[in-house]
Ligand binder design. Sequence first.
Ligand SMILES: [Zn+2]
Ligand SMILES: [Zn+2]
Length: 159
Amino acid sequence: MTLQDTSSCPCGTGLSTPQCCGRYHQGEPAPTPEALMRSRYTAFVLELHDYLLTTWHSSTRPRTLAPDPQTQWKGLSIVKSELDSPKASSQTEGGSVHFRAYFKERERWHMLEENSRFVKEGGRWWYVNGTPVVVRLKPRRNDPCFCGSGRKLKLCCKE
Ligand SMILES: [Zn+2]
Ligand SMILES: [Zn+2]
């Protein structure tokens, strides 16, 4: 996979991919749960399945991933991200990210909404699990596109 310097990162920060999630794909530790979540979203878009597995906590990591090739990830919005308040009894740092991700599957728009859990171990954040809920969207053709381009749906994200 070659990263194009000119393309903006799929996670929607407006930065180029190498300046944004690409750094974490190359091995730099993501500094926050949100940064890790964004980089995992971008890994779904770019089909970096190894990255998804290597950032998954060993206690919950699946052996393999088989993403549906029909699923086209189109946009991400972060609803809320927060770090757990530190507990004296616990050595482990944790955090959560509530997000909405938009995808198209066989010409139909869907939204995945999830509250993901992350823990920090060995100086790195890890994805633990989440509570994904997928809903079918029924947008109108003149609605703004879910990818965040600002264009109307009918003029955007055709494929
Ligand atoms: Zn990014
Ligand atoms: Zn679009």
